[in-house]
Design a protein around this ligand. Sequence first.
Ligand code: HPA
Length: 234
Amino acid sequence: MTIHISAKPGQIAETVLMPGDPLRAKWAAKTFLDDVELVNETRGMLGFTGTWRGNRVTVQGSGMGMPSLSIYANELIRDYGAKTLIRIGSCGAMQEKVNVRDIVLAQTASTLSTPSRGIFRELNFAPCADFGLLRAAAAAAEARGISPYVGGIYSADVFYDERPDLNEIMQRHGILAVEMEAAELYNLAHRHGARALAVLTVSDHLLREEALPAEDRERSFGEMVEIALEAAFT
Ligand code: HPA
């Protein structure tokens, strides 16, 4: 039991999927795992442990933004021994070629800052995905007939951004999409010797007035969960 996670020792698996939304954690666990048990409900940030093809998996909500994710990822890795952490979430497309519903695998995550800024100080550490997970996720997507975009994303500190100039610079440098959590997950995984990846579904488009229709969200989210599970256990 930690400050933010009420699971007993041993109730958290070494592999953890982390959606931002705790209700998505519940949906993913009940839809894709067997023998599911609720292991955390502190602050409503639901976590469930079950099995997928015989492998133990926890699905734990991270909340929105890097400070929230940092609390859960730190406790999962340091107190519960999590070794593989895969963020499953949504992102906003930043390139014309990227479409709503596409899958983005975040190879790197650029930022203005992260909660690790105070540790890195003047160092511009490059948060990157675990290569083995990245390769396995790309293969898992391709095996289902999905061509994922693999490349750099932007982990923003604010959803309501007022810096269009920054978006333009990132677009010119090939940044595929924006979300709010991956960079700190990658920092923490590197710091503590864990593996991390962010598998993202494009839910909206920053260059076009488009958003994933509500009726498509579940199917797109489900594909992402299956890609993450296959990557974790390849
Ligand atoms: N900005 C930040 N995070 C997001 C977005 C966005 O447009 N879409 C989905 N997650």
